[in-house]
Design a protein around this ligand. Structure first.
Ligand SMILES: Nc1ncnc2c1ncn2[C@@H]1O[C@H](COP(=O)(O)OP(=O)(O)O)[C@@H](O)[C@H]1O
Ligand SMILES: C=C(OP(=O)(O)O)C(=O)O
Ligand SMILES: [K+]
Ligand SMILES: [Mg+2]
Length: 572
């Protein structure tokens, strides 16, 4: 559907909905003219080019159970297939946007996933926010995924005696200690874990929040450190610390587990609240992910997606196994910038983003994308360039942190993300700038290899034929992710009857997940979805759709064959 040629569409279907969910075969649909060409090409691949004319439907299919989220539907009607945004958006919910009205504003503005950072606020507050988001989904037709982000264990200040930031002046001498004290003691900083100074030598540097201020260790007294400020700056109440020696990070074995007792309690809370994603902070190695995934299985919650946050040197060292074990990644640039020199972040971001795409895992680029918008209603030019670069790298998703959680311009920041990403996506397509990333074969078994090749070929066909959209019928979202991995020009509409799979596809680049009662018969699925979409004015005659399916038992019932197929259908 070309946006420019958008004329009001009058649905030909006027009767009342009448299709039961248990049998999604479309009753009363008469196809007055259709021509098919079938070609068998290789194991299980059936390419069928079809022209289907659908008129005089006697009964309209039920709209019940057909979930087109209101935002994608509105976007599609307004801007056409190619106007649908591909890059997903995660917004951190905090005090500035936790009211129902503000959350709805973000939902309408295009938030795909709401993130709750368990570092902050009370369980009751988190429960209320999750409740509000679920209500928006159920009552107002949104499809927002919910992510919790664990607190994790990290070396940081417990306090320095002031509720806000204080300035460390050049040459001032401070005591870093784990001794607990109430109130304020001048020039004394409490650190959160015992043994923080183990292995630290006189002459080492303490860098605060990745460079806000720097101290040099001048004396060690027991476990306490006396340090002189060598680079003055601001100390926030919970500022993060890192030790450096000869220009290199001193790796500390804090002995603290990746998931603390509190994190496990938060995970339990997430399971009971029905969250869709758990982002694990400060992942060290693959076991952190596999342990959590096994635990989720024992709790019958394996559908919750586990995301690994790449924000430490250790996670970078164990990157590939971590990516393979996770359901997705976050390039958590905030803490990463505490552990590695800032100038290395752009290359690490690109490396992680490309690796995730190769291994077919969605990746979120996070932190400080529009940091100045926490305070100002307009971004800096550099921030817009940073957002655009992440979009050019075709990351699956971008994330707002403080901009939405505590900023005064949450909706505006979201609209800047959407506009900047839409612009870069369009430019990349027009200029054919999508870099052709080598995509290694992932699948091992024959059926999986077939699915993978079907998706690779489908996207090549879709691009070369210039189809308007790709439809995929998918139980668990796997085929949709394989299509997305190829970053097609047209949007991917992924129909599924599984709500967890639908929410799980929220982070995949270019995928619009829709709820739909799947039939085993591809033809029925296609006819019914087309009919439903026509009914809502979201597809129109002349649209060319590439249809991918991984189940088709439409052959003789005596010899049912399950196969994957690609078809190209033109709507008349
Ligand atoms: N649920 C919350 N309640 C209060 N403040 C929050 C909440 N979530 C986020 N914030 C605030 O927004 C800022 C940015 O959020 P985020 O990036 O998630 O956290 P952090 O800065 O701790 O890594 C936080 O520093 C904190 O001030
Ligand atoms: C996203 C990040 O994690 P958090 O906000 O939880 O510190 C980050 O460090 O960039
Ligand atoms: K966190
Ligand atoms: Mg972090």
């Amino acid at each position: 559907m070309a946006a420019a040629a958008c004329t009001p569409f009058t649905p030909q279907i006027s009767a009342k909905p009448s299709v039961s969910r248990s049998n999604s075969r479309l009753h009363g649909l008469s196809i007055t003219r259709s021509s098919h060409e079938s070609v068998r090409a290789g194991a299980g691949l059936r390419i069928r080019s079809s022209l289907v004319v659908e008129t005089e439907e006697k009964k309209a299919p039920s709209l019940e159970g057909f979930g087109f989220d209101v935002v994608s539907e509105a976007e599609l009607k307004e801007r056409g297939f190619m106007g649908l945004r591909k890059t997903k958006v995660v917004c951190t919910v905090g005090p500035a946007c936790c009211g129902e009205e503000e959350l709805e504003g973000l939902a309408r503005g295009g938030m795909h996933v709401a993130r709750l950072n368990m570092c902050h606020n009370t369980r009751e507050w988190h429960r209320e926010v999750i409740g509000a988001i679920k209500r928006l989904n159920q009552e107002k037709g949104f499809c927002i995924g919910v992510m919790i982000d664990t607190e994790g264990s990290q070396m940081h200040m417990v306090g320095h005696g002031s509720a806000s930031s204080i300035k460390a002046e050049d040459g001032s001498v401070w005591l870093f200690t784990t001794e607990k004290f109430e109130g304020s003691r001048p020039f004394t900083i409490q650190v959160n874990f015992e043994g923080f100074s183990e292995g630290i030598l006189v002459g080492d540097d303490i860098v605060i929040d990745g460079g806000m201020a720097t101290f040099e260790v001048i004396e060690k007294v027991g476990d306490d450190l006396h340090c002189k400020c060598t680079d003055p700056g601001l100390l926030l109440p919970r500022a993060k610390l890192s030790f450096w020696r000869d220009g290199r990070l001193v790796e500390m074995n804090s002995g603290l587990p990746t998931l603390s007792t509190k994190d496990w309690a938060d995970i339990e809370f997430g399971i009971s609240e029905g969250v869709d994603y758990i982002a694990v902070s400060f992942v060290k190695d693959v076991n952190d992910i596999t342990n959590l995934k096994s635990y989720l299985s024992t709790r019958s919650s394996e559908f919750i997606k586990v995301l690994a946050k790449i924000e430490s040197l250790e996670s970078l060292k164990n990157l590939e196994p971590i990516v393979k074990a996770s359901d997705g990644l976050m390039v958590a640039r905030g803490d990463l910038g505490v552990q590695i020199p800032l100038e290395q972040i752009p290359t690490i971001q690109q490396k992680v983003t490309y690796l995730c795409r190769q291994l077919n895992k969605p990746v979120i680029v996070a932190s400080q994308l529009l940091e100045s918008m926490v305070e100002y209603p307009t971004p800096t030019r550099a921030e817009v360039a940073d957002v655009s670069e992440a979009v050019r790298q075709q990351a699956d998703a971008l994330m707002l942190s403080g901009e939405s959680a505590v900023g005064s311009y949450a909706e505006k920041a979201l609209s800047v993300l959407c506009m900047a990403s839409g612009r870069m996506e369009l430019w990349s397509r027009e200029e054919n700038r999508q870099n052709l990333l080598f995509l290694p074969q992932l699948a091992e078994t024959l059926p999986d290899r077939i699915a993978e090749q079907i998706c690779n070929c489908a996207v090549e066909m879709a691009n070369k034929l210039g189809v308007d959209a790709i439809f995929v019928y998918t139980k668990h979202g796997h085929m949709a992710s394989l299509l997305s991995r190829n970053r097609p020009n047209p949007p991917i509409f992924a129909f599924t009857d599984n709500d967890n799979a639908r929410k799980g596809m929220n982070l995949h680049w270019g995928v619009t997940p829709l709820e739909f009662p799947l039939s085993d018969v591809v033809e029925d699925n296609f006819k019914q979805t087309i009919s439903l979409m026509k009914n809502r004015g979201t597809v129109r005659p002349g649209d060319m759709i590439l249809v991918v399916s991984d189940s088709d038992v439409s052959c003789s019932s005596a010899r049912p064959s399950v196969s994957q197929s690609i078809q190209v259908r033109t709507i008349d």
